[in-house]
Design a protein around this ligand. Structure first.
Ligand code: ADP
Ligand code: AMP
Length: 215
């Protein structure tokens, strides 16, 4: 299965990606995670993209398309993958169409997680992530058993630098201006699945999985 997770910042894409990739045994390809890893490791790419992530602006399309092209051309993506946070512009969507046609592959689904923008700031500002395994929590909606400690691996939880109220507001704006047009783009292609993302994490997961299974 080749699928995309679409939705505003804080909609629950990363949270739901975990369930979907476990269920369908496909790699999780998150451009945000790839950029953060490069920043942490201070690679050339990391140095180029840091200022964009810090501001909540989009990384230029050429850099973003390049890392996705490299990643989905790898052997573990041959039978499918889940893209999370890509594409985010119409240019990226067109570039993805071209890459897939070069690889002789077809996109199956675009899972669009719908959440009202009023809820997004609280979701993103309360997000906490394990610095060792990347597991996502929320201070109110998805608490770890012990404050500040990952249930899965015991790692320390941290807050993303771009999860401040001001930067999240900017990211929501960027989403509305640059990414939202993709909903129409993929609706016209007939592959979109709209999911109510304002329900509990478990209910959202069940809705996504049953739609993907065609139930
Ligand atoms: P995205 O990847 O779309 O930016 P995340 O999956 O990281 O979003 O979720 C953002 C925050 O909201 C996280 O702290 C997560 O635990 C929480 N969250 C995710 N889905 C829900 C939900 N259905 N209800 C309440 N909180 C949620
Ligand atoms: P995310 O982890 O999806 O919330 O993304 C975090 C940040 O990474 C975004 O605010 C952008 O700066 C950058 N980013 C992630 N994916 C993309 C993309 N497809 N295009 C441009 N920038 C991106």
């Amino acid at each position: 299965m080749r699928a995309i997770l679409l939705g505003p910042p804080g909609a629950g894409k990363g949270t739901q990606a975990e369930t979907i990739v476990n269920e369908f045994k496909i790699p999780h390809v998150s451009t945000g995670d790839m950029f953060r890893k490069n920043i942490k490791e201070q690679t050339q790419l990391g140095k180029k993209v840091k200022s964009y992530l810090d501001k909540g602006a989009l990384v230029p399309d050429e850099l973003t398309v390049e890392i996705v092209k490299d990643r989905i051309s790898q052997v573990d993506c041959k039978n499918g993958f889940l893209l999370d946070g890509f594409p985010r512009t119409l240019e990226q969507a067109n570039a993805l169409d071209n890459v897939l046609s070069e690889l002789g592959q077809k996109l199956d689904y675009v899972i669009n997680i719908e959440v009202d923008s009023k809820l997004l700031i609280d979701r993103a500002v309360g997000r906490r992530i394990c610095k060792d395994c990347g597991q996502t929590y929320h201070l109110l909606f998805n608490k770890p058993t012990k404050e500040g400690v990952c249930d899965k691996c015991g790692g320390e939880l941290y807050q993303r630098k771009d999860d401040t109220e001001e930067t999240v507001a900017n990211r929501i704006n960027v989403y509305q201006n640059q990414t939202q047009p993709l909903i129409e783009y993929y609706t016209n292609k007939g592959c979109i699945i709209n999911i109510n993302g304002e329900q509990s994490i478990d209910k959202v997961s069940r809705d996504i999985i049953s739609n993907l299974r065609g139930e």
